[in-house]
Design a protein around this ligand. Structure first.
Ligand code: SF4
Length: 697
């Protein structure tokens, strides 16, 4: 009998729970049997959720892409790597000669390792010299990230450690369903509750998370910023402000106070759908508590006012001075496995590694120096993920290289996106499973999965973790960073991509990030092997890493954070006689992102094999819908068909559909493609909808 133990971490969310995958064979020829066991560690404290327990199944599926595939007469046929590279370089070179270097776009992902994310950004700017690169994290973290930078001067998911949560006397969970999306974090909150903390949940639905709350504010979809205005008004009127903190460490208080005077709590209650008394109760609980934390996630952020909505929740933190000390702080609960690291190293349209800005001359000069190029060679700022899709329609972008993402299912207005992808002269997808986007590709490059590919990931706390490779690549699959290096060589830019080990890439990333906001310079693979992760910023080798930010000041002019006046924004799309219900979207316990990986896990699929529409029984009756029957959902942009699921957990004016399925169940065929003016986040969380039973057709 042979036994192989792989030490790894779950790829399916930002907690990055440590685990062991144990491969057992009774004889050399026997089929291996796999067992997953949680591994003690500081973030997940030795817990794993259902996704983690089954996270090996999609890697071992027989449906892995093992060889480069080229589409010929509508069918994918196996080709060699040499043929694949020759095809890519020939297409890219011809398109660049005809239309210029910006005709090629790159589209990355927040599940890529830090090294791959870094290299993809460098590949775009140095090998292809295109300005068009962005990634699916635009749909995940852009609102919270841009708000954090604007208000605090820095964007780190949690301003403090998870370990601080149990010391909070009041916790606000706004638009976050931790019980389903990051289940292993739940004990942090239940522990705080056992110690006497009050928990306030803000969500249009009752969920596993809201059930632990003392107070649940069932906000109307899209009205979170307005609700926060109501809470801020109560805090000011009741004198629950930490005036010393506000005077010493913030700017903008007088403007905010005057702005809040204009609001009427009864009107805010009407707009937000939350009774005024409950708004008061929430504000008093948070304001009177000696310590407290505020968390936001996609419910607040995936809105056309997501940036300002988050800033209004940061106002709560700053007015009460609940930051920079034990049991106090703010957290954006990142969704993707490397949602934090994925946005720090340059795969965003406006950023260079270390959270440097591509439009800042000093930042450009520094990174160009690390890369060995002249700053004038660096392209300028590109556009956001959905705007890449719009540019494809306008044929400004004619070739797209997708790595670690499934944009056809994750973008809003999916029918429009599909038309665009079909218009491309050349679509290359690097993936290890046949995603909906890969099916449209001209060329597919097989990549390794997390058990086979080493590298670092940064969890939601800003803690950098090393994941070692534990299995050989199947077939001819290569690591995504290897593909980028080899392609750069074929494009005559190989001297800038001379990496033979993933650690070499990390060491260059450390240099590129040095002195930036997300400074990784002091973090090495050696340290990561010895320590249980290291927090950034970590500017020197002997620096312990910052576990808690803003203890004495903010990295802002004068050390002061910025208070913001926020208007009562209404959703861009309102209900009407034709589209009388609100649609809101989200996630379920068993699936991850667009479901490409988790839909290949038989244990997870056994729990949730198809999408569904959660609808209140009273609403269902009004529209002649029976429970567990197929229904037609229609918005101004498309139609999908899913099964109904009755639940009184949802508001009567709203239905909920998860985002993990494609094709006729792809909820993003319905969602709105209006973008937040600052962070370019689409308004996934609210659009107008009509529902009808399928049988009437
Ligand atoms: Fe942990 Fe998240 Fe994986 Fe669940 S999905 S095991 S919470 S990393």
């Amino acid at each position: 009998m042979s036994l192989k133990v792989i030490d790894t971490q779950c790829p399916f969310c930002s907690v990055q729970c440590k685990m062991q995958v144990i491969e057992e064979k009774s004889s050399a020829d026997a089929r291996p049997v796999y067992t997953v066991v949680p591994k003690p560690n500081l973030a997940s404290e030795g817990r794993l959720c259902m996704k983690g327990m089954n996270a090996y199944q999609h890697v071992l599926t027989g449906e892995r892409i093992r060889y480069p595939l080229m589409k010929k007469e509508g069918q994918f046929v196996r080709i060699s790597w040499e043929e694949a590279y020759a095809c890519i370089t020939s297409k890219f070179n011809k398109l660049r000669d005809s239309y210029g270097k910006d005709t090629i776009g790159l589209y990355g992902g927040g599940s890529l390792t830090n090294e791959s994310a870094y290299l993809l950004g460098k590949f775009a700017r140095v090998a292809l010299k295109t300005k068009y690169i962005d990634y699916n994290g635009r749909f995940c973290m852009s609102a919270a990230a841009s708000a954090g930078v604007k208000v605090f001067g820095i964007d780190r998911g949690l301003t403090n450690q998870l370990a601080d949560i149990e010391y909070a006397e009041c916790i606000i969970l706004a638009g976050t369903n931790i019980a389903e999306c990051q289940p292993t974090l739940m004990p942090y909150f239940t522990r705080a509750k056992e110690k006497g903390a009050s928990i306030i949940a803000i969500d249009p639905r009752e969920t596993g998370t809201t059930r632990i709350a003392d107070l649940h504010l069932r906000v109307k979809p899209g009205m979170d910023a307005t609700l926060a205005n109501g809470m801020l008004k109560v805090l000011v009127e009741e004198g629950l402000i930490d005036q010393t903190f506000v005077n010493r460490l913030t700017v903008g208080f007088d403007e905010l106070r005057t702005h809040l005077e204009e609001f009427d709590l009864a009107e805010i209650a009407e707009l937000s759908g939350v009774p005024a008394e409950k708004i008061r109760q929430a504000a008093l609980a948070y304001g009177k508590a000696a310590t407290g934390m505020v968390f936001t996630a996609r419910g607040v952020e995936q809105q056309t006012d997501g940036h300002m909505a988050v800033r209004n929740f940061l106002n709560l933190v700053l007015l009460t001075g609940k930051i920079g000390k034990q049991g106090c702080g703010y957290g954006a609960i990142t969704g993707q496995g490397n949602g934090q690291g994925g946005r720090e190293h340059g795969q965003k349209a406006d950023q260079l590694p270390g959270y440097r800005l591509i439009e800042n001359p000093e930042d450009r000069a520094y990174v160009a120096g690390v890369w060995g190029i002249d700053p004038s060679e660096l392209p300028g700022k590109g556009v956001s993920a959905y705007e890449i899709m719009q540019n494809i329609h306008e044929q400004e972008i004619r070739a797209l290289f997708v790595m670690g993402s499934n944009p056809l299912v994750s973008n809003p207005n999916a029918n429009f996106v599909k038309e665009g992808l079909k218009k491309l002269d050349f679509l290359v997808v690097a993936d290890f499973l046949m995603s909906e986007t890969a099916q449209l590709a001209d060329l597919i490059l097989p990549v390794t999965a997390y058990l086979e590919n080493g590298g670092t990931l940064t969890n939601l706390e800003g803690r950098v973790l090393l994941r070692e490779a534990g299995m050989p690549a199947p077939g001819e699959a290569k690591h995504d960073w290897q593909i980028l290096c080899e392609l750069a060589e074929k494009l005559s830019r190989g001297s800038f991509f001379n990496f033979t080990e993933v650690e070499d890439i990390f060491n260059e990333l450390r240099l590129a990030s040095r002195g930036g906001t997300a400074d990784y310079y002091g973090i090495t693979y050696e340290r990561l092997r010895e320590e249980e992760g290291v927090y950034w910023p970590c500017p020197e080798l002997d620096h312990p890493g910052e576990k808690r930010l803003f203890a004495s000041a903010f990295p802002m002019p004068g050390g002061r954070a910025l208070l913001t006046t926020v208007e009562n924004h209404l959703p861009k799309e309102r209900v009407s006689d034709e589209f009388p219900l609100y649609l809101t979207t989200g996630r379920v316990l068993t699936h991850y992102l667009t479901g490409v990986q988790t839909r290949k896990s038989h244990s997870l699929v056994a729990r949730d094999v198809e999408s569904f529409m959660e609808i209140h029984p009273k609403t269902a009756k009004k529209y002649r819908i029976e429970d567990a029957t197929l229904v037609k959902l229609e918005s101004r942009r498309g139609i999908i068909y899913v099964r109904s699921r009755f639940s009184s957990d949802i508001r009567e004016d709203t239905v909920f559909v998860p985002m993990h399925w494609g094709d006729s169940q792809n909820v993003n065929k319905l969602t709105l493609d209006e973008l937040d003016p600052t962070c370019r986040m689409p308004g996934f969380k609210v659009c107008a909808l009509k529902v009808s039973p399928l049988v009437s057709e």
